[in-house]
Design a protein around this ligand. Structure first.
Ligand code: UDP
Length: 325
């Protein structure tokens, strides 16, 4: 199989590239290195069947050529990370909407190539009383347009609508993968993601910055599990035209407990510091208290079960971040 991965030099994209190469498949990466890094794919350059283009997915000429030569397109190129979205609202909207539109259009024209769209648990939006676990068909609940956090949820929802419209009107084979808090080596804390931030702070013996009261919970998924689920979906004809949560409900933890765990696994002397949301995010920012994936649909269709527990996942990240210095 020939796989095109947009955003393939990013955190999840580079792990996906690696896993597909291990299965002796061909991989072509397109990445403009806006949030991806050459470092993430340097070790793949010598692998048979691997090639890459440092370019934007808006380069229609290049994308047309690469789409024509591919069997499957994994569309991961996107603006990601709560902090990145808030700091770069315009670029985020453009990349997530125009870029995706281009990918679907070209996949359709190139003979209806299969597209796996990377989406997000942000789709579900904010808290509502008594609700912690989200199923694919659940309602979405978003805040005001004056809070740019919600633009991410909206752009990704528009991407999903586009995917489903291409499916319905053009018969394009599309699959939507909604990622829930994926972590692992190569993820950077620069765009706000909590796990690499806490572990780096712990390694450097700097204060570990817990936002709010720290009683909010998340379920963290190891990138190896995420990639496994994505590949299983991509090869399953029953997944076409459907959206799937990808996450690990067993790895549920409060942010306070995560801070303590990061500290002990890194053998750190850091203190844990609570920081009010207003100091770090935009005015009116709302955090989700709890968000858990219901993965029964994914399990039922693919037989997937997440395997990596919290400590194993965090220890690997400690090792990676220590090795980078
Ligand atoms: N968070 C934190 N300290 C940080 C970064 C994030 O306490 O330095 C919190 C954040 O407010 C949220 C949780 O960790 O409650 C997960 O944040 P992340 O941005 O990683 O993911 P998301 O909010 O999209 O689930």
């Amino acid at each position: 199989m020939k796989n095109l991965i947009t955003g393939g030099a990013g955190f999840i994209g580079s792990h996906l590239a690696e896993a597909l190469l291990k299965q002796k498949e061909e991989v072509v990466v397109v990445d403009d290195l806006s949030t991806g890094r050459m470092d993430n794919i340097n070790h793949l350059r010598k692998e048979k069947g691997f090639s890459y283009h440092i370019d934007t997915i808006m380069n229609e000429h290049l994308m047309k050529r690469l789409t024509q030569k591919s069997d499957v397109i994994f569309h991961l190129a996107a603006a990601v990370g709560v902090k990145y979205i808030i700091d770069n609202p315009l670029k985020s909207i453009e990349t997530n909407v125009k870029g995706t539109e281009m990918v679907f259009k070209l996949a359709d024209r190139a003979g209806k190539k299969k597209v796996i769209l990377a989406s997000t648990s942000e789709i579900y939006g904010k808290d509502r009383p008594g609700k912690r676990v989200f199923k694919e068909e659940d309602d979405r609940l978003l805040g005001s347009t004056s809070i740019s956090r919600w633009s991410y949820s909206c752009t990704k929802a528009l991407d999903e609508f586009l995917a489903l419209a291409y499916r319905r009107e053009r018969g394009l084979p599309v699959i939507i993968a909604r990622f829930f808090n994926t972590c692992g080596p190569r993820q950077t804390g620069r765009y706000g993601m909590v796990v690499p931030r806490f572990i780096k702070q712990a390694i450097d013996n700097r204060p570990i910055t817990v936002y709010g009261d720290g009683k909010q919970t998340r379920c963290f998924t190891d990138v190896q599990d995420t990639v496994k689920a994505v590949i299983l979906l991509s090869k399953n004809p029953n997944a076409i035209g459907e959206a799937f949560n990808i996450g690990n409900p067993d790895n549920k933890i409060t942010i306070n407990a995560l801070a303590k765990r990061a500290k002990s696994l890194a053998g750190s002397k850091s203190r844990i510091k609570h920081v009010p949301y207003e100091k770090v995010y935009e005015k009116g920012f709302e955090d989700m208290r709890h968000r858990e994936p219901d993965i029964s649909k994914l399990k039922q269709i693919t037989g997937f079960v997440p395997e990596t527990d919290m400590n194993h996942m965090l220890s690997r990240i400690v090792g990676y971040l220590k090795s980078r210095g």
